[in-house]
Design a protein around this ligand. Sequence first.
Ligand SMILES: *Cc1c(COP(=O)(O)O)cnc(C)c1O
Length: 475
Amino acid sequence: MKLIFEKSSAGRKAVELPKLDVPEKTDLIPTNMLRNELSLPELSEIDVMRHYTESSKKNFGVDNGFYPLGSCTMKYNPKINEDISRLPGFTSIHPLAPESLNQGALQLMYNLEKDLCEITGMSRFTLQPAAGSHGELVGVMIIKKYFELKNENRTKILIPDSAHGTNPASAALCEFETIQIKSNDGGCVDLEDLRKHMDKDVAGLMLTNPNTLGLSDKNILEIAKILHDNGSLFYCDGANANAVVGVVKIADMGFDIVHLNLHKTFSAPHGIGGPGSGPVGVVKHLDDFLPVPLIDKNKDNYCLNYNLKNSIGQVRAFYGNFSVLVKAYTYVKSLGREGLPEVAKNAVLNANYLMSKLKKHFDLPYDTVCKHEFVLSDKGMPNHITTIDIAKRLLDYGYHAPTIYFPLIVHGSIMIEPTETESKQTMDEFADVMVKIRKEASENPELLRNAPSTTPVKRLDTVLAARKPVLKYEE
Ligand SMILES: *Cc1c(COP(=O)(O)O)cnc(C)c1O
């Protein structure tokens, strides 16, 4: 496919402006302030239409295919969310308008916060963070300030080796030393290793739960106790709450701080599809560390509360990605108290169904009931076929690849998350293709090594792309 610049033809245009019906004036802007001629492509309306329609067909999204990208929760985003977020009452307001004119928007955020508190058992939430990782940063900033105000110099954050990669990055950004805690054979935190690392320097532990193996830690209450006995805080990376939403409350597991990913669990399009939102919830004694403003209610009026004694400050302009909040609120209200637990149950059921089909054909390092996802590996593949070959071959069959080579604790990992919105039929078809690829690996490995062969772009030299990126179109 050609670039739009390559399709340009001098003099062609898509708009026909009416004839000038006032005297022409050419000296309104001094010549030295005039912009140079821009080299924009020149095309007719139909050229433009075809170009973008053709480009859109080369895209892959949840709306046109199965997208089992582990840890990312690429599930179907109900279109009613879009309809509601586009209501003029939401799109035409200005964030700087007085509170009295934005009561509806404030009410929505107030109610969403109440719902997230109900779902997680936390005391209060900030809706400001613009992504999961941004939520982690906010959580770690709260941990930092908490100990500063107690005059305790705690320098370490513990992070299990099955955590999401953003966790150590967030802790490091706040200048904590990050200490890795080992997993045991069952894929859960090794309690011996944890106890060994507990001392008065430990500010907290960040647990991805369910972890990146798709497992919920069996010793969660014990871990909480070990931390709390040491005066440390317990942080939950709850980005993948679709495994637990409506079934178990995160606060009941002993966590003090949690972030959620509204753009995963609560179905707003993400990745290239749209912006994110990573609200952070805390238990009662940490309420006034949250970023300002919080949304409060004063008699019948919703208002912005900047009066939090220990607040870490504002972390984003205005109130966060408001349109994502509208979509998440729509999702929570459409499913309600009965629907939300079904999300978690089906996410877990689907993952276990697919896992049980695939484990007969691929190595499954942690063979146990999983939550919303599971991790296979390329161990034992014939003809030196590796994970990347399997992932690329899946593209030929019209699927998005799973997450690969992550988590790092499994060599050659293939992390599959079917999500709750896929049917049994879709999962069966995917499993059949995986089994077929397994067979090709024995009988015709070149097919895998040369994959993909049907996509617009073939196998890329990723090392070259990383070392010498071409980021600019040169004529
Ligand atoms: C996706 C994810 C994150 C990061 O969220 P972003 O919105 O991409 O910043 C963090 N932790 C886990 C477990 C995740 O799955």
